[in-house]
Every structure is written in C-alpha cells, then in structure tokens.
Ligand binder design. Structure first.
Ligand code: COA
Length: 258
C-alpha cells in the first residue's frame, strides 16, 4: 500500500486521532495499567519524533509508538517487567540525561478498517527504520502475542514454543516479527500489572465475580485473580521479548527529518 509516514513532531494536531485508533484496539482493562497512566503523556510529549503514523491521505492506517532507552546489560537479562519497565526507564533516562542506545516498541496498532492487508509488517519495518534514523543499536519489544487470549490456560513459556507447521511461531504477531528478522529472546511474565477493585473489574469487563478465584476474561492472556475479601482484582500480563539486532550498522535510505 502506498502510505507515507509522519511523526507527532510533524503533526501534533493528529494526537487525538492517533489516540482514538489505539484506544479502540484494546480491551477496556488494558487501558488501566498504572504505569501507563503515569507515563503515557510524558513519553508522548518527550519523544514526539518517536511516535509514527502510517497515512493514506488524511487517514491513519497504523500507529507506531516507541521510546528510546539505555540498556547495557546482557540481552538475556531484559527485565520480567517488560512494558512497564521500559516505559518508565525511557522517561527516567531522559530526566537523568542518559544517552539511549535502544529503541523499545510500545505498541503497533493497525486501524480496524485496514487490518488483514499486511500493514503490520510495514509498521515493524517503520519501527526498525526509526531506530536506525535515531542512531540506536537495536529494537526491542515486549510483544503481546495476539492469539494467546484464546489460550489463557497455557503457560506463556509453552505457548511461545508452538509452531504453525512451517517452522514459524503459531502466534501471528510473533510470526510477523520472526519473519522480519526478529528473535524471540524470552518471556517477560510481568509486562504489565493491572490492579483494580472488584467494582472496577466489573465495569471494565461487564462480568460478575461472585467469589474469589481465577477468572477467564475475554482479551486477557492469563486468568485474572479476584480476591473479594481484600476487594482486589489483579491481572498480570505476560509478554514476549523480541529483539531486532544489528540496526545501528544499517544505512537508512529513507531517513527524513522528524
Ligand atoms: C496485531 C495487528 C497489528 C495485526 O495487523 P494486521 O495489519 O491486521 O496484520 P497483517 O495483515 O499484517 O497479518 C499479519 C499476520 O497475522 C495474521 N492475522 C491477521 N489477523 C488475524 C486474526 N484475526 N487472527 C489470526 N491471525 C490473523 C495474518 O494471517 C498474518 O499472518 P501470516 O502472514 O502468517 O498469514 C492488528 O490486528 C492490531 O492492530 N491489533 C490490535 C493491537 C495489537 O494487538 N497490536 C500488537 C501488539 S502491540
């Protein structure tokens, strides 16, 4: 598809439109991660040139959000706290003036009206180009495997070993990354932690929780635990660390200011 890529640094007026494309993509409870609440607007404003939109005319086809951070440890030791860790770290690094060497993908969302057309691979390529343009060595992502929600009782460590019969991951989102040169590094089992009162969980899911225990919630990758005595529900989202390495050495032919 003949799209063009722009950043929020170039078109801040598109922030609301970008936000709407993304909010529609997630189950309601995913919008209540306390780390996201604390840092979302801060990282968007700090790193406007890292927030991309694939455009066709005035229409947003896909949104790519990412943050720069410094990671100098061994890649096998990428933190279990995945998304929550990376988003916070990017803001903290910036505050302390620490030079970033890594791009972390925050999310890729394809506009509902344009799904199933291969745009997700194009969005991953845009993320890689962004890393190259910004002089970063690598791209890491705490990836949310798309079909894991249909298998909430399978441990994520086992799920990521499933294949599709052609030597590629069973999960379509992991498959997109592996096909575009990404490597599955391991699991981040506490990528997001979403606590709420029982009333909040009822509101977010439209479900009833008449007793304490683990519940299968549509859109959740693992069961959600409810404790009526302490009036607390907790969802711990497992993701998968993906690495696209060697980006620093790539020459970005399509570099543009932004
Ligand atoms: C996940 C997402 C980005 C995929 O975007 P897309 O442009 O529709 O996907 P593509 O057309 O590029 O297809 C990519 C792969 O997914 C498969 N796929 C697409 N929709 C699917 C579905 N509903 N169920 C199962 N597989 C699906 C495609 O067949 C393709 O796999 P293949 O090439 O091996 O056949 C999009 O569905 C989305 O924005 N979802 C909500 C947000 C999200 O989950 N983002 C990813 C985590 S941050």
């Amino acid at each position: 598809m003949n799209y063009r890529t722009i950043t929020l640094a170039q078109r801040w007026d598109l922030f609301q439109a970008q936000d709407s494309v993304c909010d529609e993509a997630w189950p309601e409870f995913m919008l209540h991660d306390p780390v996201a609440h604390m840092y979302w607007m801060r990282f968007i404003e700090l790193f406007r040139e890292f927030q991309l939109m694939l455009m066709l005319g005035d229409q947003i086809l896909a949104v790519v959000n990412a943050v720069p951070l410094s990671f100098t440890d061994s890649l096998e030791r990428l933190p279990d706290e995945g998304w929550d860790w990376g988003v916070e770290k990017s803001v903290m690094d910036h505050g302390k003036g620490v030079k970033p060497n890594t791009l972390m993908g925050v999310q890729i969302v394809v506009n509902r009206e344009h799904r199933g057309k291969g745009l997700s691979s194009a969005a991953v390529e845009e993320m890689k180009r962004l890393a190259a343009r910004m002089g970063l060595e690598r791209l890491i992502l705490p990836a949310r495997p798309s079909e894991k929600s249909r298998h909430p009782l399978i441990p994520i460590e086992e799920y990521i070993t499933w294949e599709n019969g052609h030597g590629l991951p069973f999960d379509s989102w992991l498959r997109v990354h592996v096909r575009s040169g990404g490597e599955i590094i391991g699991v981040c089992s506490k990528a997001m932690q979403i606590p709420g009162s029982i009333a909040q969980w009822k509101e977010w899911t439209g479900m009833e929780f008449p007793g304490s225990g683990s519940y299968i919630v549509p859109g959740a990758l693992n069961p959600v635990s409810m404790d009526l005595e302490s009036d607390r529900g907790l969802y711990v989202e497992p993701n998968v660390w993906i690495l696209h390495d060697g980006i620093g050495g790539q020459h970005d032919e399509s570099a543009h200011p932004g």
